[in-house]
Design a protein around this ligand. Structure first.
Ligand code: NAD
Ligand code: UDP
Length: 314
């Protein structure tokens, strides 16, 4: 029987890295959670602890098709996130971003539910402004190999704000910067999972280019806390959620190597095309509006992630 005091959530992309952590948070808070996923990069095992729970439902569904469910809040995360995965079938990636967001916004409008879109720092492309504030409009190559993802997320943001303007749909857009933690896929090519898996296997760490490009890495628990605060706030965004602690990829490799096996080699490989040279969020807005900033230091988060990889893949 429906309990109208409990929040009903729909999470798209729930079997993925971030989605499954969000499921854990909402389930542990006593809420109802309906998950949808097509398993293109997600894994059922990420949700196995909740299967058969009375407040939990899992549906195999592709967000490019409409779906009808009754919920109060929609957390729209469905989209492959790692460059290797979103470039495998770039046309499908663009379809997922456009049609998926369009379908979810249609659902939100009909239900008068609130939709939160998991957008990305990639909307800033290879940025000329550093660090990136939300009002920076970005430098994206629409014809490049990252375009399917970057432009897909940009049009998804546009759709959200047009639904808000035209239909008064409640929306929130967060721009997620590089996030890491347990449940990253070992083979998805993202830098932290790559380095940890390479080091645990006793292999050299692959540095693309000279390794001077920078990123800022946020531990998943901090990210999920930010995401929840945005959903609970009236501000529609867009709002950056990420770590302002920037480091070079070379420094990251040395940090991970030091923790696992200091004797490993660093192997230089060509830099992928359109790889952004630097990235760091300006998180003043998140701090002012949500009183949010990341709490977990990189050293600690990397340690937790290494332990998880040790247990799960060896
Ligand atoms: P992920 O690949 O682990 O998860 C994405 C999930 O969406 C997977 O479970 C996948 O199977 C599912 N999915 C993909 N296409 C789908 C479709 N058409 N229909 C239904 N399900 C589909 O990625 P993640 O790191 O968990 O990212 C989640 C969201 O956050 C994505 O929208 C991504 O763009 C965004 N994001 C993530 C990061 C990050 O660092 N992890 C950074 C910026 C933005
Ligand atoms: N990278 C690297 N070695 C790897 C994987 C990635 O040097 O084995 C680099 C990559 O070129 C990029 C950075 O690490 O400059 C972050 O890559 P990731 O794919 O994790 O995220 P994104 O480029 O989308 O920020």
């Amino acid at each position: 029987m429906t309990n109208y005091n409990i929040k009903r959530n729909l999470i798209t992309g729930a079997a993925g890295f971030l989605g499954s952590h969000l499921v854990d948070r909402l389930m542990n808070a006593g809420e109802e959670v309906i998950c949808i996923d097509n398993y293109c990069t997600g894994r059922k095992i990420n949700l196995s602890q909740w299967i058969n729970h009375p407040r939990f439902e899992l549906i195999r569904h592709d967000v490019t098709e409409p779906i009808r469910v009754e919920v109060d809040r929609i957390w729209h995360l469905a989209c492959p996130a790692s460059p290797i995965h979103y470039q495998l079938n770039p046309i499908k990636t663009a379809k997922t971003s456009f049609l998926g967001t369009y379908n979810m916004l249609g659902l939100a409008r009909r239900l008068k539910a609130k939709l939160l879109l998991a957008s990305t720092s990639e909307v800033y492309g290879d940025p000329e402004v550093h660090p990136q504030p939300e009002n920076y409009r970005g430098c994206v190559d629409p014809t490049g190999i990252r375009g399917c993802y970057d432009e897909g997320k940009r049009i998804a943001e546009t759709l959200c704000f047009d639904y808000k303007r035209m239909h008064d749909t409640q929306i929130a857009v967060i721009r997620i910067f590089n996030t890491y933690g347990p449940r990253m896929l070992p083979g998805d090519g993202r830098v932290i999972s790559n380095f940890i898996v390479q080091a645990l296997n006793g292999n050299g760490l692959t540095i693309y280019g000279d390794g001077k490009q920078t990123r800022s890495f946020c531990f998943v628990d901090d990210l999920i806390e930010g995401m929840i605060r945005v959903m609970n706030h009236t501000y529609s965004g867009p709002i950056n959620i990420g770590s302002p602690k920037e480091l070079t990829i070379l420094a990251l490799a040395k940090l991970i190597r030091e923790k696992i096996n200091p004797g490993l080699k660093l192997i230089h490989k060509p830099l992928p095309k359109d790889d952004p040279k630097q990235r760091r969020p300006n998180i003043n807005l998140a701090y002012e509006k949500l009183d949010w900033e990341p709490k977990i230091p990189l050293e600690e988060g990397i340690g937790t992630t290494i332990e998880w990889f040790k247990e799960s893949i060896f």
